[in-house]
Design a protein around this ligand. Structure first.
Ligand code: GN1
Ligand code: MG
Length: 365
């Protein structure tokens, strides 16, 4: 155990009224941005209780307090509507000062209960579980549909502005700070070819043809905690980027992650493709939850959203690779390059399957 981490976690826990003292912790590695710890508190000889302690990454989230205010607003709005049989939404505990975050050594921390019997998956084994995951994200959007957008701070400006993301990508290519561009010529050509298509949804939004909604903006399958035994959704987590966005991006980001036949960073590209069964199950669940509230244009561009967000994320991974890996946490050398290549491969496969993808959305709309 790392002494400094224990010390920090103790300092965090001292700022809360918690029922016991820190006994053990493990670091969770699913996320690429924040530092997340699963912390075990000893209450008495016979009882222990688990919590999640999380340090907010303030390189990515420049204003952590605004992130936490949004989360409070989201809780306030959704809590009365959540029932026993619907998926929960994560909420954080107040510290002794009544704030849902706490500052230790200049870092922003937050604490929540560990959701009992829960697990987060990086890969979907059985497409059957995706109906309820789709339903959970669709329902999340519905629960927030009557929250006025001006109640939420924009925690990362232009987060899913794919047009601007690609502009930044090409700027990084021309800067080439580490001389890595020479090894990714094919990948760069892919973004050149797809630039127009990838910008199309943002343009439809800018010209008023697609509506903004309060969206989650990070709908990876591992951002729903699932019941370990039943594999049913227990709780939607990671509310840091809940802000105005396009439904197609939430739908698409979930597909990108949960309907890939491989993991997000698979280096063996022959394993990467769109799993149509997963796609259909997620779509069925999501469209059922959103029944009636999507516009025709949203329905028509939903499947395209999966391609656009996959291209966007590929460009973000590759930009970070070119820039010396400052944004996403790495677990191995060239990890962002592997991630980018995997996402490009997936996008290419989706481009071939777009007609079928559209048909499936239509079937459940
Ligand atoms: C990041 O931190 P995490 O893993 O929830 C990123 C998302 C990406 C995702 C790719 C704030 O999410 O946008 O889609 O990695 N979050 C932020 O796995 O940039
Ligand atoms: Mg996240």
């Amino acid at each position: 155990m790392d002494i400094r981490t224990i010390q920090t976690l103790k300092e965090v826990s001292d700022q809360y009224i918690l029922p016991g003292s820190l006994k053990a912790f493990t670091q969770c590695v699913n996320g690429h941005i924040n530092d997340t710890y699963r912390v075990l508190l000893r209450i008495d000889n016979a009882t222990e209780k688990e919590y999640i302690f999380q340090r907010i990454n303030d390189y990515v989230f420049k204003e952590p307090i605004k992130v936490m205010r949004n989360i409070k607003e989201i809780s306030k709005h959704t809590r009365p509507k959540i029932t026993e049989d619907t998926c929960d939404i994560i909420t954080f505990l107040d510290n002794k000062a009544g704030k849902n975050y706490t500052i230790v050594n200049g870092d922003y921390w937050r604490v929540c209960y560990f959701v009992k019997n829960s697990v987060a998956f990086d890969y979907v084994e059985d497409s059957k579980v995706l109906y309820s995951a789709g339903y959970a994200f669709g329902r999340f959007q519905e629960l927030l549909s009557d929250l006025p957008m001006d109640k939420l701070y924009v925690t990362i400006p232009d987060f899913h502005n794919t047009k601007k993301r690609l502009n930044s990508f090409f700027e990084m290519v021309s800067l080439d700070p580490l001389g890595r561009v020479k090894d990714v010529k094919e990948e760069i050509a892919f973004f050149e070819e797809q630039r127009e298509l990838a910008s199309s949804l943002v343009e439809l939004q800018e010209t008023g043809k697609l509506p903004l909604r309060v969206t989650h903006n990070d709908t990876k399958y591992n951002n729903i905690l699932m019941d370990k035994d039943s594999l049913e959704p227990l709780c939607v987590i990671d509310l840091d980027t809940v802000m105005p966005g396009l439904a197609a991006y939430d739908f698409g980001d979930a597909i990108r992650f949960a309907a890939n036949t491989a993991v997000e960073d698979e280096p063996d590209l022959s394993k990467v493709s769109l799993n149509m069964e997963n796609y259909e199950e997620f779509t069925r669940g999501y469209m059922t939850a959103c029944q009636g509230s999507l516009t025709q244009k949203e329905v028509d561009t939903m499947a395209l959203g999966a391609i656009v967000i996959t291209i966007e994320l590929a460009s973000r991974f590759l930009l970070d690779h070119l820039n010396g890996d400052k944004y996403f946490r790495l677990h191995r050398p060239n990890h962002n390059l592997d991630r980018a290549r995997c996402q490009i491969k997936l996008a290419q496969d989706m481009l071939e399957k777009l007609d079928v993808m559209n048909e499936i959305v239509k079937k459940y709309a």
